[in-house]
Write a new protein. Sequence first.
Length: 396
Amino acid sequence: MTITKRGIGLLVAGLILLATGFRFGYPELTVLGCAGLLAVLLAHAYAALRPRLAVTRRAEPDRVMRGEDSRMTLTVRNANRVRAATLIAYDRCGPATVPVPVLQLRPGQDTVTEYPVPTARRGVVAVGPLRIVRRDPLSLVTMARSHGETARVWVYPKVHPLSAVPVGVVRSLDGRVDRVPHGTITFDTLRGYVVGDELRHVHWRTSARVGELMVREHLDTSLPRLVVLLDDRPVAHPGLGGGTSDSFESACEAAASIVMAAQREELPLTLQTVTGVTAGGDGRRITDTRPYLDLLAEAQLRDSASPGDGDELSQATARLRQRRLGDTLVYLTGPGRADDLGQVGSLRGAYPTIIVGALGALGATGSAPAPTEGMVVLSAADGADFAAEWDGVRAW
């Protein structure tokens, strides 16, 4: 609760009048002083009354690509059946504050406000909570409270179309190439029977034990499996400002473009950051890109480099070498650490095909990083340039 300048003035004047009246024996001044102090006291009691508000919000849509439109619809309803709500309201939308017209909201009445959500930058935009400022009729005291929950809008990186994806070492059975190794369809897990499953896949022994039909689910290991390693270390992306950099934003765009291309080709893909956040990795084809794009929207650089930054890439490469999540590794980094290509190149025994995307390299240094034996190095200034360099590779 905050007392306004008018309230402070009235409080000081009341005290002076009250003291003067008692000191010199003027009952009129004493009455005026008591009236001023009583007005401030009643103003505190009035502002302290908590309004009964029902606040709901809906984002349409709540997941958009950078630059696309998203609108927030906010509904504020006075749930009090007797008392009207005289309020001043502001909604928090990212870094901006949006005024909400709820002055003199009658009992049972609601007001609806619609406004655009800023989507110019990749990230997660937090919207809310609604901040209600209540004042007394004389504007002596104000009380600010928060109402409603906080909603989030995911702003995905911009996607640049890629015409092809790497075919990997082992080839798929659906006609991408002719050579198919034997034994590429393997057992993966058991799951409950659903209408449409073939009866020849029912595992009768397990079904008898659990009391319901259980179906064997197989995994096609002949599909090319992509692994995208996104470098989210500040040392790899110089020019850090506002928690991010242009090269990191370009790397996120490149990762999103690869995700969408893999989803179009129905290929398995694992997305992993150097700091250890992972999406996918179960060897299944991409059917829903939301977990991957959510990760890219939430990805951030730390504010400052720590002494352990040099070890994080070593730990990430050790995890990739141990798990062997695929046969094609795409490493997306910035122009800050060209020496890291040697560590990534050491994974060639586990990942026969390694592609390095050095984003921002041309713009920052004026030259592409030196190519390493056994790796395809794509140096690009931004996401659109990366897509052009990617489509220019004839080995796909």
